[in-house]
Design a protein around this ligand. Sequence first.
Ligand code: BGC
Length: 743
Amino acid sequence: MKNKIITLSLFSMLLFTGHNANSQTVKAKKQNKTAVVKSLTSEFDAKIDKLVAQMTLEEKIGMLHGNSMFSTGSVERLGIPELKMADGPLGVREEISRDNWSAAGWDNDFATYYPASGALAATWNTDMAYTFGNSVGQELRARGKDMLLSPAINIVRTPLGGRTYEYMTEDPFLNKKIAVPLVIGLQDNDVMACVKHFAANNQETNRDIYDVQMDERTLREIYLPGFKAAVTEANAYAIMGAYNKFRGEYLCENDYMLNKILRDEWGFKGVVVSDWAAVHSTVKTLKNGLDIEMGTPKPFNEFFLADKLIAAAKKGEISEDEINIHVKRILRVLFQVKAMGGQERAKGSIATEAHYQDAYKIASENIVLLKNDKNVLPLQLNGIKSIAVIGNNATKKNALGGFGAGVKTKREITPLEGLQNRLPSSIKINYAEGYLERYEEKKSGKLGDITLSGPVTIDQLDPAKLQEAIEAAKKSDIAIVFAGSNRDYETEASDRRNLKLPFGQEELINKVREANPNTIVVMIAGAPFDIEAIKNKTSALVWSWFNGSEGGNALADVLLGKVNPSGKLPWTMPKNIMDSPAHATYSFPGDKTVTYSEGILVGYRWFDTKNIEPLYPFGYGLSYTTFAFENAKADKKSYAENETISVSVELKNTGKVDGKEVVQLYASKSDSKISRAAQELKGFQKVMVTAGNSETVTIQVPVKELAYYDVDAKKWTVEPGNYTLKLGSSSRDIKKEIQISIK
Ligand code: BGC
C-alpha cells in the first residue's frame, strides 16, 4: 500500500500538489507529528473477486441499498458485514432506530459534541481540523461504525442558508484547507469519511427538486475545489450525492459529476452514497455513478436499488458485471477500514475527557472578537461584585435541536455554566432569561417541510421577562447579553427568511444598555445576522458558535482573558441581505431552476469586486493584543508555473499579551485578460506570538494556486504577468503588498 505522509502543523503551507490521486511522501521542514494518508488499496482485489463470484444476485443487490436507516445489507454466510454509518458534522449522532427516524433509545450512545463546521473553519487552524477529524473518528469506532456522514463542505452561497452552521465557509481555499486534514484525521481511525453533499447543494428551499445552473468556471473554481481536494489529497473513501439537480440531472444520477469529474478526472475509487431519499431511478442511477442508495422509511425492498434492480437485472437492462463493479467498490472500502475481519482494527473511545478537551481546544480558537472599544474586554474583575447574565442563549443547548443531525451528549457547558465555572465565587451572577424562544406555529409550517421557508418567530418581548432583565442589569456592575440564534431556528430543511435577529432581542439589548451602560453583547449563532444597530451601540461584541461540549467554558475563558481570541470569520457578514451576491442578482432561492448569476463572485469576491462595504469582512477578527507585519517579501521576483512562491513576513506582537494571529494571503491580478475577483485567498497561517516578540511566518503558494479554469481549453491555466500578493489580518485589513511576476 502506498501512502502519503504529511506533517500536520504544516498543512496550510504545504503540501499536496493536488493533482495526483496516488500516494506520495511529502517532506516538511519541521516534523512535528506525521499522519498517513491512506489510498485505497488493491491488495484485497483477489479476495474481493472470489467473494463476488460466490454471491447471488440478491445478495449483491442487498449491499447496494439501505437495509436499515443507517446501514446496508450484509452477507453473513460470506462474512460480509453491514456497512454501518452515522451522521455527522457535530459529532457522532445518537443511534437511530433501524426502520424510522426516531432515536433508538440506547443508553450508551452519548458522544462528544464538537463545534459545528463553521466554527471549526473559524479557527483558521489546519491542526484543529485534524484534531477534530481524529477525535470524531475515534468516537465513530467506539460506536462500531464504519462511515461518518461528514464533513459537510458545501459553499456558503447565501447567508440565509439553513445549513450555514453545518458548512464551513464561502471560500473554496479555506474550505479545502480545513476539509483535507479533517478527512485525514478521521480516516486515520479505520473509518471512512463521506464528504457531502456533492455538489452545488447550497440552499434548503426546494432542495428535492431545484436544478442548479452555473457556468463551468464557477463550478470548477468555487463549488468543486473542496470536494476535489478531499478526494485527491485526503483520499476520502466516500462521497454523498446531493438531493438537487445539476444541469438538469439529479446529482445521484449525474453522469457528468459522478462518472466524468469524480471518477474519470479525479480518480475517485471509493463509494458514492446517496443522500437520504435522493435517488430517483434504478438503472440510470447505477450507470451514472451511484453505488449505495440510502433513504427514509419505507420498506427497504421498495428502494430503487432493491427489488426494482433485481427485476431490471433479470430483464437484462443491466448486466451482472455492471452490478459487480459497485459491489466490489463497497467491498474494497470495507476491507480498507478493516471491517472484513482478520485485521486488528482501531477500537476508539467515546465521550472521554480527552475528547472533551479536543472540543475545548477548537472552541477556544474560533471565538471571534468583533468589537472591543476601549479594551472593555477582557473583563477586569477588580472591584466587580456582580454580573448580569441575560438572554435565553445563556442557557440554551444546541447539541440537539432543529431538523437534522445532532449529538446526544452528557456534556454541554452553556455560557452561564461557563461563567459559573470560571468566575470567582465572590462575584454574584444575576441571571435573567430576557427573551423567549417562540414561534408562530401556523406560519412556520411543519418541521422538515423543505418547501417552506424557515420558522416565523414571535418578536414581542414578554414584559415580565424584559423587566427581570432590566432589573438584573441595573443591580449588576456589568451586563452580558447572550443573543443570537439556536439550532431550532437555524436548521436543515429550511432557509431563514431574513437576517433579522429573532425573538425581540434587539429591543432587549437596547433596554439592557439603557439600564446599564457597561453592557457587552455575545452572539451565539452559526450564520450571519443583521447586528449593525447592536454593533453601533455596544462597545464590545463577541461572536461564538454552536460550539460543542465545552463551548461555555471556552467562551468564559475568552471573556475573562484566560484565552486571547483568535477566531476569524469564515464568511462575510453583510449589512443588508440585498448586498449579498445571490440576493443582489435575484438568483436565490429560484424556483425549479436556480441560476447562479453571480458566477465566481461568491462571498467576499463579490463585495470586494463591487466595492460594497460589509458589516464585517471575511477573515475578520480582533485580538486582545495587536500585531505588526514587517519585512514582507517573496523569495524571488519571478516564478515559473511549476514553482512555489515562498512569502515571508515578520509578525510582531506589539501589545501586552500573548496571542495568535492568522496571517492571510490574498492574490490579485489587476491587468488580467479575464474577469476576476478583486482578490482571492491563496494562503494563510495561524501563528502564536508572545507579547513583544516576533515570529517569521512563511506561506508557500504553489504558482498553480493562481490558476483560473479555462473553459475552452478545459484546464487550469496560469496567466503570465504581474500579480499582487497581499498580506493582512482580514480580507479588508491588508498590511503589506508584494509584487511578483509569473513567466
Ligand atoms: C441530510 C444528510 C444526512 C442524512 C442522514 C439528510 O437529510 O441531508 O446530510 O447525512 O439526512 O441523516
